[in-house]
Design a protein around this ligand. Structure first.
Ligand SMILES: [Zn+2]
Length: 261
């Protein structure tokens, strides 16, 4: 049996995949080690934007830029939603060089490391790293420790997200998917439609109707950014950006099962 396990580990390493015996899904140190390995292997730079306690907030950017769109993908704002974080590692393991040569993809792979470690939505100070970026005129809290680090680097992050920003979340109470999109358009654009089509390969969209203060239509909660700007509602982070926020429950979780189960 021991020999079989060793052979399995060697085979996984040969495939560039996570060693199942050492796979600790909520260990930010292990996660970060694997991230550094993959980033180096796939031609990305890794930089620390700052630290919260002993945990770094990491940004991954391409070593060489091309003429393609600048897109930023973030995950792990909520520590109890780790699928997006591991989904980014899975993507770095499997993405084709051809796709990387046509786009400038950057990543914030784990925004809330302490929440990730404890499987909690908030950080270890009880703050929600996913709030405090807007609505500040209406008495909402200021950014969390993690949020302040992101705000400090906002010009660079906005440049990396010039053509799109995707934030990966989970809704652990639902089997279906839904997508928040914030766009300077009257209807969801092609990227939103492509996300919906991709998600529909794995599960059903949430039924049309109200959800979390929004209106779901065919799996999409669509928000027109310019309408928000007119109400001075959206002034800090998302202004003049195409912001796409994807909540995925079973899509990335299924992806994880396929990769590491
Ligand atoms: Zn979330």
């Amino acid at each position: 049996m021991q020999t079989d396990k060793k052979l399995l580990s060697k085979k996984q390493k040969a495939n560039g995949q996570m060693d199942i015996e050492n796979y600790r899904p909520t260990d930010p140190v292990r996660f970060t080690q694997r991230l550094y390995q993959l980033a180096s292997k796939r031609g990305f730079l890794v930089q620390k934007l700052g630290n919260t306690g002993s945990d770094p907030i990491i940004l991954v950017t391409p070593k060489e830029l091309n003429s393609g769109p600048n897109l930023l993908i973030a995950a792990g704002f909520h520590g109890d939603e780790p699928a997006g974080c591991w989904g980014i590692l899975h993507f770095l393991e499997t993405v084709s060089p051809d796709l990387l040569s046509k786009s400038n993809l950057s990543f914030l792979p784990l925004v809330n490391p302490s929440g990730f470690r404890h499987g909690k939505r908030t950080n270890d100070g009880g703050e929600n790293p996913n709030s405090g970026f807007c609505h500040t005129n209406s008495g909402q809290p200021e950014p969390s420790r993690e949020g302040l680090i992101l705000v400090k680097h906002l010009p660079m992050l906005k440049s990396l997200a010039k053509d799109g920003f995707l934030s990966l979340h989970e809704d652990i109470e639902l089997e279906q998917f839904y997508i928040y999109t914030f766009e300077n358009a009257d209807v969801p654009g092609p990227f939103s439609e492509a996300l919906r089509a991709e998600a529909a390969k794995f599960t059903e969209p949430y039924p049309d109707g109200r959800l979390e203060g929004g209106l779901v239509c065919n799996g999409i909660i669509f928000v027109i950014v310019m309408a928000l700007l007119k109400t001075s509602y959206f002034t800090r982070v998302y202004q003049e950006q195409l912001v796409l926020k994807l909540r995925v429950c079973s899509i990335l979780t299924d992806g994880l099962k396929r990769t590491w189960a």
